[in-house]
Design a protein around this ligand. Structure first.
Ligand SMILES: NC(=O)c1ccc[n+]([C@@H]2O[C@H](COP(=O)([O-])OP(=O)(O)OC[C@H]3O[C@@H](n4cnc5c(N)ncnc54)[C@H](OP(=O)(O)O)[C@@H]3O)[C@@H](O)[C@H]2O)c1
Length: 237
């Protein structure tokens, strides 16, 4: 099985990569900007399961639109199919709506929605075809319809809502491609991002506990559902 996980240098993405590294015969492409975090991931994964391997991809998704080949050319020629793509990388800027500038708005929407969209588009030659691929987009309860909303997170939440809607749209438009798209709208998980959004708040879930759910969902749920936005939340926050 070949898996690509974005945002794997820390938090939920890091733990999700560890989840896959414990399985048999799994190649994991773990992407993020932070070399040290990915190095830590590679060393923690080494020895978990000798038949599996982590390939760190130090890469800034915010540069993907300008030069998609800069990422695609780094995939080994032996990789012709990606079974699971988890668009987990995300950014949060906790700032009042009236004080957020255009650069910050663009950054939030680019990393949280445009980059996953472009990644899917350019990875389509590796997705679906003869075998099903499952694309799991990681959204937030903040971007889930009728959920509780919080001051300071308007653009973050809107960018996550856009990713959720994109999931439904792609599921329809690309339904003949053997790519199944689903979206998980996560509730509170104890990570550095949560600490930035809600300083001092203690979430009921650890990143490893959420990763367990995401990993199992990514491996199995394409058989039961497509184009769905699923709330995965004990609290918010
Ligand atoms: N924690 C929660 O309570 C919660 C709740 C709802 C939704 N979520 C969502 O779950 C996902 C993971 O969240 P988390 O809490 O684990 O966040 P986190 O600890 O802040 O980790 C975010 C990851 O995204 C990567 N990333 C950010 N910008 C990137 C870029 N331009 N290019 C490549 N990688 C980039 C970061 O790596 P580098 O900095 O190394 O690039 C990091 O590995 C996010 O999409 C978040 O919105 C989290």
């Amino acid at each position: 099985m070949v898996v690509m996980i974005t945002g794997a240098s820390r938090g939920i993405g890091f733990e999700t990569a560890l989840y896959f590294a414990r399985l048999d015969n799994t190649e994991i492409f773990a992407l993020s900007r932070n070399q040290a975090g990915l190095g830590q991931l590679a060393s923690e994964c080494a020895g978990l399961n000798k038949s599996s391997q982590v390939h760190p991809l130090v890469y800034d998704l915010d540069l993907f639109a300008e030069n998609p080949d800069s990422l695609l050319k780094r995939l080994p020629v032996t990789v012709s199919h990606i079974d699971i793509l988890i668009n987990n990388a995300g950014v949060l800027i906790n700032k009042p709506f009236l004080e957020t500038d255009l650069d910050e708005i663009q950054r939030l929407f680019y990393t949280n929605c445009f980059a996953p969209a472009l990644l899917i588009r350019h990875l389509m030659p590796f997705l679906g075809g003869k075998t099903v691929s499952h694309v799991v987009n990681i959204s937030s309860m903040g971007g889930f319809q009728n959920s509780m909303k919080f001051p300071g997170l308007a653009y973050y939440s809107a960018s996550k809502a856009a990713l959720a809607c994109l999931t439904e749209c792609l599921s329809e438009e690309l339904k003949d491609s053997k790519v199944v798209f689903n979206c998980l709208a996560l509730g509170a998980v104890q990570t550095e991002m949560l600490e930035e959004a809600f300083p001092g708040y203690k979430a009921p879930l650890k990143a490893s506990e959420m990763a367990e759910f995401i990993g199992h969902f990514a491996r199995t749920a394409h058989k039961q559902m497509r184009g769905k936005i699923i709330p995965v939340s004990l609290t918010n926050p």
